[in-house]
Design a protein around this ligand. Structure first.
Ligand SMILES: Cc1ncc(COP(=O)(O)O)c(C=O)c1O
Length: 402
């Protein structure tokens, strides 16, 4: 008899890391909502004593994320930013952080506003091989990249980033929110940490806020301690700061994660149809989608990921056209967040990246005409028609001169 093959990603989404409840047999493990736990006597504390120190439902989600990413441990937090904040707090004072130029606006704010007096942050265009090489000729403690990045889907070469980060003595942390572990597994490439805003695809229903750091087995560790292995330090920081993920949020995220493979397959398919439609439209100046052959970094992306994602961005050339476009969308909602069942259109300059100085936005390609589209699971034909109608309205306002 041949050995059973390893479970595939869809099977892991449904079953990974989680078994039916041992006490009741409940197929969906119950939500553990208790703040505190009984001690049989003073010499025998329970495994978890208090909700800030741990929670069984959150641990179920952590096991699922670790299995999906091929990591040894995952540590969940109250949001994606709380996860990144905890990682930054693990670094010693004056540590050197090489941060990608292309990051979610909130991550940039965290680095430059909250951690500015603790850390030395060098912003580097990590999508540029020469700039990355030069930056990592000097010693560093942490390299933090997003690929594809929010909102312009810029690509960093994870093979080069891993090699050069390690030569510089740094950890490589990859924000893998956009592709999910189903389509990119940074730890398999050699990265130390894969970070998620679980708020996005992993929950996938616009219902929770959460984050996670998934760790390579090099950084595994039990329990919590301020000076232990990285996994233990992250748990200690979570306990000390209180940046916990609420059990109900974890339970909902576990439920959402079971259909990750089905949702993303649909979203990826529709996004590539919309990217093609947008590329053929004369009202659109630029389309950003890693699946397009002329997207910067397309070849690199294809080497390190096995999917293009459900997010694209289009540049309509100015704030007037961007306003016209989003205001005529009927199936897409104007909103923040991404990766969920509902399609949303976001204007990064006034929403997700509004806190960046205009000059920095300009350098990063976040123009006033840029609109980010997160494709949901509505029928692709309806989404295509929605975009077509909105683009026609833009065309009526600004006739294209042949
Ligand atoms: C790529 C990326 N990382 C991190 C975050 C922050 O996550 P959260 O909103 O869960 O704090 C976001 C939020 O949009 C994001 O897009």
């Amino acid at each position: 008899m041949s050995a059973p093959s390893a479970p595939r990603p869809g099977t892991l989404c449904v079953h990974g890391g989680v078994a039916p409840d041992r006490l009741t047999g409940a197929l969906v493990p119950p939500l553990v909502q208790s703040t505190t736990y009984a001690w049989p006597d003073l010499d025998h504390p329970p495994a978890i004593t208090y909700a800030r120190a741990g929670n069984a439902t959150v641990e179920n989600l952590e096991r699922r994320l670790a299995v999906l990413e091929g990591g040894s441990d995952a540590v969940c937090f109250g949001s994606g930013l709380a996860a990144i904040d905890a990682l930054l707090r693990c670094l010693p004072r004056n540590a050197r952080v090489v941060a990608g130029r292309h990051l979610y606006g909130g991550t940039t704010r965290l680095l430059h506003r909250l951690h500015a007096d603790r850390l030395r942050v060098d912003v580097v265009d990590t999508t540029n091989e020469a700039a990355l090489r030069t930056a990592l000729e000097a010693p560093a403690d942490l390299v933090l990249v997003e690929t594809p990045s929010n909102p312009t889907l810029q690509i960093t070469d994870l093979f080069l980033a891993t090699r050069w980060a390690h030569e510089a003595g740094a950890l490589l942390a990859v924000d893998n929110t956009f592709l999910t572990p189903l389509y990119q597994r940074p730890l398999d490439i050699g990265a130390d940490l894969s970070i998620h805003s679980t708020t996005k695809y992993l929950d996938g229903h616009d219902a929770t806020l959460g984050g996670a750091v998934v760790l390579h087995s090099r950084h595994a560790g039990q329990g919590d301690a301020p000076d232990g292995p990285l996994a233990a330090r992250l748990r200690w920081i979570r306990k000390a700061s209180g940046a916990v993920l609420a059990p109900f949020e974890a339970w909902l995220t576990l439920q959402g994660s079971k259909t990750l493979h089905l949702r993303t397959r649909e979203q990826w398919g529709t996004a590539s149809r919309l990217a093609k439609l947008a590329s053929d439209d004369p009202n659109i100046e630029s389309v950003y989608y890693p699946g397009l052959p002329d997207h910067d970094g397309h070849e690199v992306h294809r080497r390190q990921a096995n999917g293009d994602g459900g997010i694209l961005a289009v540049d309509l050339g100015g704030i007037g056209a961007a306003r016209d476009f989003v205001s005529h969308l009927r199936v897409f909602t104007i909103a923040e967040n991404l990766g969920a069942t509902e399609s949303v259109a976001t204007h990064p300059a006034s929403m997700t990246h509004a806190d960046l100085p205009p000059e920095r936005r300009r350098l990063d390609g976040i123009s006033d005409g840029l609109v980010r589209l997160s494709v949901g699971v509505e029928d692709p034909e309806d989404l295509e028609a929605d975009v077509r109608v909105a683009l026609n309205q833009v065309a009526r306002r600004q006739p294209v001169v042949a």
